[in-house]
Design a protein around this ligand. Structure first.
Ligand SMILES: C[C@H](O)[C@H](O)[C@@H](O)C(=O)CO
Ligand SMILES: [Mn+2]
Length: 408
């Protein structure tokens, strides 16, 4: 059976539930997934190929194939991106600057000219770009505080970094003709019982206000702020908590929230939070990840929460408001395959969510027909979504599963 004839069967079956698979595939083609640049090299970056991760982050595992040069890095990234069908962006990080192999540009001195290689690469690949300041892997972050540091010299250093990153985001946006989402995550926090939790938060407000003071056209750059519950070395207290950033965003309206699937209590899910931001018209940046017992950053798979996230976005047709980015790093498996698996999974989850009879489900719920709601939800799980996925991969000129044989 060919992909096409399989698709025709699937199309007919979905049509029985009022789902137009052709229209779904068209819609899916318009939804970008922002693939993070850091699974390819365990978040090492180009400043120093021997750099050690800090900020409580850890890429565990010892698989071979970690790139040792900038060209090798991009070669591997390209291999991964080619396995992910449809519209894509890459989320770069500030430590992936290129200064012609010379590591003499500190974080408070980076400029758009150190990131031209990303623009050239993205144009060549026909993808978009997002950006992240790197507030870790640096001597000035060793004490565990950056933007919320009581040390004014350290605080100013990182404020300057944040400001410069927004200008790089603006440069990406202008060059690529689409918004660059610049996501700010800081590792700041205390390992043990904290007696002044407000102090660092007052400092962080001041730092963020300074970073976001310059108005940048939102057609080019939009900033997001990412919270965290705890990290290695910040078990007792994290300055940038969920409540802190939610209130900062609502009060200042100069940036949007970033929700990372691994940054909450073990049974707390970000899918349940989306509607509370969307109902106020807020935009959201996502870091789709897979926490296993903690913020372990496992490769995204088609699990219940990944599905629930995409279903929420699909049900409110909020793909213009929720920006889907990935964040995982696993050094125990092939890094190219890991990037491809997570990227493909995100696309699959979006497709599966779009293939639900949303209008009918919502009608049943609004009418109080909760039996029909559950029956329908369960029945559509049996529809052959894989046949539609195969069609999508073919449409995009992307391998469907033959690529897996290369790892045998
Ligand atoms: C590399 C990213 O900035 C980092 O993973 C951040 O997004 C995060 O989630 C930290 O736990
Ligand atoms: Mn994250």
């Amino acid at each position: 059976m060919s992909v096409e004839s399989n698709y025709q069967v699937a199309k007919e079956l979905y049509a029985q539930y009022g789902i137009d698979t052709d229209a779904v595939l068209e819609k899916l083609s318009e939804i970008p997934v922002s693939v993070h640049c850091w699974q390819i090299d365990d978040l090492t970056g180009f400043e120093d190929f021997n750099a050690k991760l800090s900020g409580g982050l850890a890429a565990t595992g010892n698989a071979g194939g970690k790139p040792k040069s900038v060209p090798e890095y991009f070669e591997n990234l390209t291999k991964a991106l080619k396995l992910i069908p449809g519209k894509k962006k890459v989320a770069a990080h500030a430590i992936y600057l290129d200064n012609g192999g010379v590591n003499n540009i500190d974080r408070n001195a980076i400029e758009p000219k150190h990131f031209t290689h990303w623009v050239e690469y993205a144009k060549e690949m026909g993808i978009g770009l997002d950006f992240n300041p790197t507030y870790f892997n640096h001597a000035k972050a060793e004490d565990g505080f950056t933007l919320s540091s009581y040390d004014e010299g350290i605080r100013q250093f990182w404020v300057e970094h944040g400001k410069r990153c927004r200008k790089i985001g603006e440069y990406f946006g202008k060059e690529m003709g689409q918004v660059c989402y610049t996501n700010h995550w800081i590792p700041d926090g205390y390992k043990d019982i904290t007696v002044d939790k407000m102090g660092p938060r007052e400092v962080l407000i001041r730092s963020l206000d300074e970073i976001f003071a310059e108005k940048i056209d939102p057609a080019y750059n939009v900033d997001s702020v990412e919270s965290k519950l705890f990290g290695l070395g910040s078990e007792a207290y994290v300055t940038g908590s969920h409540e802190f950033y939610t209130n900062y965003v609502a009060n200042r309206k100069n940036c949007i929230i970033c929700l990372d699937a691994g940054h909450y209590h073990p049974t707390e899910v970000i899918s349940a939070k989306l509607s509370s931001y969307l109902v106020f018209g807020q935009e959201i940046m996502l870091h789709v990840s897979r926490p296993m017992r903690w913020d372990s950053d496992h490769v995204t798979i088609l699990d219940d929460e990944t599905m629930a996230i995409m279903e929420e976005i699909a049900r409110y047709d909020a793909f213009d408001k929720v920006h889907i980015g990935l964040d995982f790093f696993d050094a125990s498996i092939d890094r190219i395959a890991a990037t491809a698996i997570g990227g493909r999974t995100a696309k699959k989850a979006i497709l599966k969510a779009l293939l639900q009879p949303t209008a009918e489900l919502q009608k049943a719920e609004h009418e109080g027909n909760l039996t029909k709601r559950l029956a329908l939800l369960e029945e559509v799980k049996g529809l052959p979504f894989g046949l539609v996925w195969a069609k999508y991969c073919e449409m995009c000129g992307c391998e469907q599963d033959s690529w897996i044989r290369r790892y045998e």
